[in-house]
Design a protein around this ligand. Structure first.
Ligand SMILES: *[C@@H]1O[C@H](CO)[C@@H](O)[C@H](O)[C@H]1NC(C)=O
Ligand SMILES: *[C@@H]1O[C@H](CO)[C@@H](O)[C@H](O)[C@H]1NC(C)=O
Ligand SMILES: *[C@@H]1O[C@H](CO)[C@@H](O)[C@H](O)[C@H]1NC(C)=O
Ligand SMILES: *[C@@H]1O[C@H](CO)[C@@H](O)[C@H](O)[C@H]1NC(C)=O
Ligand SMILES: *[C@@H]1O[C@H](CO)[C@@H](O)[C@H](O)[C@H]1NC(C)=O
Ligand SMILES: *[C@@H]1O[C@H](CO)[C@@H](O)[C@H](O)[C@H]1NC(C)=O
Length: 364
């Protein structure tokens, strides 16, 4: 959804990805697309159900930003018809009717639930600490079973330690669907974190740079030491940020990052690992990188994380399974050093831009 600098419409596209991470020669071809204009379909997540059918999870928002706003969680079947042509195949993606995902205790802004690819299970996102890991079983996405309580619930001490430590300085939530790891014993997914701008950018709070210096910081440890009331809320205020080029650019009022996590594939689906936050390449660093898709590509099983950059560009980040393992930290270890939970750029990451040339119906 490009609401800020585009057509004010969402786009459902069929894209063929080719190439490998090692060679850096990675191409994306658009085989077909459709604009979705009737509603605001922002923040979609694509996944397969237990029968291999493709679905789109959406939190449909109602109301205006800054006013009364709520969202309703839904799934739509996605149907794709393709036909052979002398050039690349031409495909047409369509959405079926919405199905309501009903949870009686939903909050007005409930979003970012996490479908588990290949199942009828989905994690609920507790904003902030992310856990206790709470799971729905919708039974079927054709006729999802309404829920008054969770099907499964795994509470680790990590989550209460997290809330106590950070308040609202640092918040974890869902991002991409979860996919089964090789061996079938665990799922892996990419979540998003929201960080108070004073954690990473001293210039975002007048006077803060006098206390902690002007340099970009890695985590919130200095704010935790300085002032407990900052844990309350994130000010809704963009600020100017001096990037590595020395130029000033505008920064969103909060920093978004990505993190990886892993949970057991059997009940009660305990979350066992979490990574520090990481940032894929993002020119200008506006502050919003948002993960929405997770797939595995090629013989080595590289992870392909699709993400939105500054709500303007669709990109894909490729990580090898070894990189992913290296980033994972056992939850109990992270809990012991929680104030040091950091956000870093990835030295080995390549963000491959999906330059969608829509007029010609294909792109590189
Ligand atoms: C907004 O879009 C226009 C063209 O559509 C482009 O020239 C401009 O750089 C874009 N602005 C940002 C902030 O991306
Ligand atoms: C990259 O891949 C494309 C298509 O797979 C191929 O045509 C092109 O020659 C490759 N380029 C390089 C530099 O290897
Ligand atoms: C997602 O689930 C489908 C089965 O519904 C399976 O074919 C596919 O391989 C799964 N994708 C990943 C990345 O595990
Ligand atoms: C989810 O519910 C369906 C239908 O009731 C059932 O067949 C399936 O075993 C359940 N899944 C799990 C993991 O319990
Ligand atoms: C989870 O466990 C903690 C203690 O570790 C407890 O304080 C908290 O209330 C529990 N949360 C829920 C939702 O049961
Ligand atoms: C920085 O700003 C100067 C002057 O506006 C401009 O010429 C230069 O291209 C900018 N550099 C970058 C990396 O944006």
């Amino acid at each position: 959804m490009d609401a800020w600098n585009g057509t004010l419409a969402n786009l459902l596209a069929v894209i063929r990805l080719r190439g490998r991470r090692e060679t850096g020669n990675f191409t994306a071809a658009v085989l077909g697309y459709r604009y979705l204009n009737e509603f605001n379909y922002e923040d979609g997540r694509l996944f397969h159900d237990q029968h291999g059918r493709l679905f789109l999870y959406l939190s449909l928002p109602f109301g205006k930003y800054g006013g009364a706003r709520a969202s309703v969680n839904t799934v739509f079947r996605v149907m794709i018809t393709c036909r052979r042509t002398p050039g690349p195949n031409k495909c047409d993606p369509r959405l079926g009717p919405p199905r309501l995902l009903r949870y009686d205790h939903s909050l007005a802004w409930d979003k970012n639930w996490v479908p588990w690819n290949g199942t009828s299970l989905m994690s609920y996102s507790h904003y902030g600490p992310f856990g206790p890991h709470s799971v729905f079983n919708w039974s079927t996405y054709r006729d999802p079973m309404p829920h008054a309580r969770f099907y499964s619930f795994a509470n680790e001490t990590f989550f209460s330690t997290f809330s106590r430590t950070f308040g609202r300085l640092l918040q974890l939530s869902g991002g991409t669907p979860a996919i089964l790891e090789p061996g079938g014993k665990s799922y892996i997914a990419v979540g998003h974190l929201r960080v108070h701008p004073g954690c990473l950018h001293p210039e975002s709070i007048p006077g803060l740079d006098k206390v902690v210096g002007k340099d970009v910081r890695l985590n919130c440890a200095h704010l935790l030491r300085l002032d407990a009331h900052l844990k309350g809320a994130i000010p809704f205020q963009t600020f100017m940020f001096r990037g590595p080029s020395g130029n000033l650019s505008k920064h969103y009022h909060v920093d978004y990052g990505l993190f990886l996590y892993r949970f057991r594939a059997g009940p009660p689906y305990t979350i066992t690992h979490l990574s520090h936050g990481f940032l894929p390449p993002s020119e200008g660093h506006f502050g919003i990188v948002f993960p929405s898709g997770l797939e595995r590509l090629g013989r080595r099983g590289d992870y392909a994380i699709s993400y939105g950059d500054a709500d303007q560009v669709a990109r894909i980040l490729l990580l090898s399974p070894a990189d992913v393992d290296m980033l994972m930290v056992p939850l109990s270890v992270m809990e012991k050093r929680l104030a040091g939970l950091s956000v870093c750029t990835l030295p080995f990451a390549e963000g491959v831009p999906l330059a969608l040339r829509l007029q010609s119906g294909q792109g590189r």
